[in-house]
Design a protein around this ligand. Structure first.
Ligand SMILES: Nc1ncnc2c1ncn2[C@@H]1O[C@H](COP(=O)(O)OP(=O)(O)OP(=O)(O)O)[C@@H](O)[C@H]1O
Ligand SMILES: [Mg+2]
Length: 370
């Protein structure tokens, strides 16, 4: 049974179309993450579902009931806004117990639920504080605890972990998912942290300019991005511009700038077409030594930089044709392996290359949009 369904929903603010003819179905008990750059319409989408704003066009259904004209308090949805609206005059525990009390729980029971949620968000020790006495991250956790405690089956979370330190963020995202699964909640979790989205979601929705670019299981969106924008926004990617030089029944030869040639497995292109080739940073390979004559997709270049990320290192290589490649590898395998200025080959295996039509406004413009 679908929990939430949007059909052709449009929302405009003056001249800005924040959500464009968006259709979306979210199933009961599904954990969905909405990912997108700033201004892509993520908050607007949640506010439409919560009922705080109304669509200009289209329908919104919750549990198969049309809710366009149903006020927020009757939608049985908990909305935890990006900028938390706490009750300033109530203590932490009173803030959290407010929801359970207003849905008719006995006082003792309501405070028990409240304390449980405060323990979950590691705030129980501040139960008697007032919101203004808390740090920003604590206020965010309080808002989350309050949303969880209110008992709604649908949870709309807008950047619920955005203000937390990295350690707590990672800990709480797993707890959030656990709570959702234990209690049969349907969750829409908005974030612009792609790692958070990939780890926590059953399904990922990538939004841009109020439109869905791609939706699917995180591994599918990551491994088979439908367009350059998704490839760039979800995960590290290298891009190369080129022309189709030759095609055969098994693939195509692509001419990159300054004469470099790449083989791709795709056969859907015509000779002369301008395309963009993408490969994930961790799927590239750096090779020392001499090129064997039969090797294809082995491009010469020079190591220009090495960035240490903790568990990973990224080498930046300037290919001899002027293109750049980032190559990401586990620190254990990669640290100190190549020196700045060292001559190397980069292997771009055909099975990892994906080709896209060249964007009408140019590659640079397409990547800049965020
Ligand atoms: N109340 C409003 N009045 C006017 N414009 C608005 C209003 N709310 C949103 N917008 C516009 O709609 C677009 C989408 O905004 P929204 O807040 O949904 O983005 P977002 O994806 O949540 O961004 P962020 O990641 O920065 O929170 C933006 O261009 C924004 O300026
Ligand atoms: Mg927002």
């Amino acid at each position: 049974m679908p929990s939430i369904r949007l059909v052709n929903v449009t929302k405009k603010f003056g001249g800005i179309t924040a959500i464009k003819k968006l259709s979306l179905t979210i199933n009961d008990c599904e954990y969905v993450c909405v990912l997108g750059p700033s201004g892509s319409g993520k908050t607007t989408l949640l506010r439409l579902i919560a009922g705080i704003i109304k669509p200009d066009e289209g329908e919104i259904y919750i549990n198969n009931k049309l809710v366009n004209d149903v006020p927020p308090q009757e939608r049985n949805v908990a909305y935890v806004p990006q900028y938390y609206a706490l009750f300033p005059h109530l203590t932490v525990i009173d803030n959290v117990a407010f929801g359970p009390l207003s849905r008719g729980l006995r006082r003792e029971e309501a405070y028990k639920v409240g304390m449980h949620m405060l323990e979950m968000t590691r705030l129980a020790w501040r139960a008697e504080s007032l919101p203004y006495e808390l740090s920003g991250g604590m206020q965010q956790r309080l808002a989350l605890a309050r949303g969880l405690a209110c008992g709604a089956k649908i949870l709309l979370l807008d950047e619920p972990l955005g203000a937390l330190d990295a350690r707590l963020r990672v800990e709480l995202r797993f707890r959030l998912r656990e709570i959702a699964k234990e209690n049969g909640l349907t969750v829409i979790h908005v974030t612009h942290d792609q790692e958070e989205a990939i780890v926590v979601a059953d399904r990922l929705i990538v939004l841009r300019g109020g439109e869905i670019q791609q939706e699917g299981p995180p591994s599918q969106v990551y491994n088979e991005p439908k367009n350059i924008f998704v490839a760039h926004f979800v995960g590290g990617a290298n891009f190369f511009e080129g022309f189709i030089a030759e095609t055969d029944p098994h693939g195509s030869w692509v001419q990159l700038r300054n004469g470099f040639i790449l083989r791709v497995n795709e056969t859907r292109w015509k000779v002369g077409e301008k395309i963009v080739i993408m490969i994930r940073e961790e799927k590239t390979e750096i090779i020392k030594g001499i090129k064997r004559r039969e090797d294809i997709n082995l491009l010469p270049g020079t190591i220009k930089e090495a960035s240490f990320l903790g568990d990973f290192v990224i080498y930046g290589i300037l290919l001899d044709n002027g293109d750049n490649v980032n190559s990401k590898m586990p620190t254990l395998l990669g640290i100190g392996k190549f020196k700045i200025g060292e001559r190397v080959y980069v292997r771009l295996r055909t099975e990892y290359l994906r080709a896209y039509p060249y964007p009408p406004q140019g590659l640079y413009q397409e990547l800049k949009v965020m």
